[in-house]
Design a protein around this ligand. Structure first.
Ligand SMILES: *Cc1c(COP(=O)(O)O)cnc(C)c1O
Length: 363
């Protein structure tokens, strides 16, 4: 058995005992009770997205978050379409890789990983490439913890008649997003991030009118978003292929806990206060933040190595001994490490973490 620790990583993250407890039964995958749970959580996701079931639908896809993104990219964009991808980190790059694999024509708008995507840059590119039909960007780029301003950019892009795709994997449920107001056609997230469930499926909040026009476009069988949607509609919440039954029950419990906490607004407040506490505490210990405060998300924070002698591996293991697991950095320009503050993580945990870090660096 491994020693228990608090996950300070942005998903999988630390979940509650009740969420873990909800998995302690072997559920049937096609039973009516199970299908009801699926239908109910699809409805809850629309509420979190602040949209109506007349205009939008929530479609789960088996697999990790990437499977949901790949489902949208591979099954809703035709061979005649042209995709623009705004990239300022690994997750934006991942969409570009998918477009390459499926032979989808694409234009990459690449920005320094330490800087946000701006409306100015997007405008410049759209002027240059007037034949763009689809646009994809990341909300919280978990690579660095930067929060891209989708609320400035997406409505502008949509006004050009372009289909809009937002990877809100690490923000949905933890940062309020008004999907309709922000003109998002496809939003993707997963079970193991801000909703605080366990890993096993992703989900897409899709504008029905747009999704329904994609029938037959899929390049794969299992990632066909339209087909999964059609099956769920036809069969009252039946998944195509084996569904992650335990994960779904844990997710259902996690949604109840989100509601009990006071919804997304309350959760956002807790995450924000965790992050502020972490950032100021670390700054007091002499660590510099990679991302400017203006664009720093309340999800995960990148810290620059304090000096050339800093040994991340040793730091990581010392912290793990103290009961905290953190993340290495993921960018090339500057050596960094990352600390997430989402999940069952509260102010007192941040206090304990900062005390442990203080002890380690003063040794
Ligand atoms: C976590 C994450 C993903 C998906 O990653 P998986 O490892 O496939 O779950 C995609 N985009 C962003 C921004 C993420 O944070």
């Amino acid at each position: 058995m491994v020693e228990k620790y608090l996950l300070l990583t942005p998903g999988p993250l630390t979940t509650s005992e009740e969420v873990k407890g909800a998995m302690d039964f072997d559920y049937c995958t096609w039973d009516d009770d199970y299908k009801k749970i699926t239908q109910s959580f699809r409805q809850s996701l629309l509420e979190i997205a602040q949209v109506s079931e007349e205009e939008y639908t929530a479609v789960p896809i088996q697999g990790s978050g990437t499977y949901g993104v790949e489902s949208v990219i591979s099954s809703t964009i035709s061979a005649d379409d042209k995709l623009m991808i705004a990239i300022n980190g690994a997750y934006g790059k991942r969409i570009s890789e998918m477009a390459d694999i499926y032979g989808i024509e694409h234009v990459d708008l690449v920005v320094d990983e330490r800087e946000p995507i701006t409306l100015e840059k997007v405008t410049e590119y759209l002027d240059q490439y007037p034949d763009i039909t689809h646009f994809a960007m990341i909300h919280c780029e978990t690579t660095t913890g930067i929060l891209n301003p989708i609320e400035d950019i997406i409505p502008y892009v949509k006004a050009h008649g372009i289909v809009t795709i937002v990877d809100a994997m690490s923000s949905f449920g933890g940062v309020p997003i008004d999907v309709k107001e922000e003109k998002i056609d496809y939003l993707i997230s997963s079970s193991n991030k801000c909703i605080q469930g366990v890993p096993g499926f992703s989900f897409v909040i899709a504008r029905k009118q747009i999704l329904e026009a994609t029938k037959g476009l899929s390049r794969t069988l299992s990632l066909d978003l339209y087909d999964q949607y059609a099956e769920m509609e036809r069969n009252n919440g039946k998944w195509r292929f084996t569904s992650p039954t335990h994960v779904v029950h844990a997710f259902y419990e996690a949604l109840a806990e989100l509601k009990a906490e006071g919804g997304v607004v309350a959760r956002h407040k807790r995450y924000e206060s965790n992050q502020k506490h972490l950032a100021t505490g670390m700054a007091d210990l002499g660590f510099k933040l990679l991302i400017d405060e203006t664009y720093q998300s309340p999800i995960i924070t990148s810290f620059i190595y304090p000096n050339d002698e800093f040994d991340f591996n040793e730091f990581y293991h010392q912290l793990k001994n103290d009961g905290f697991v953190i993340y290495p950095g993921k960018i090339s320009q500057v050596p960094t490490f990352r600390i997430g503050n989402i999940g069952e993580v509260y102010d007192e945990d941040i206090t304990k973490l900062l005390a442990a870090i203080k002890d380690i660096i003063s040794q």
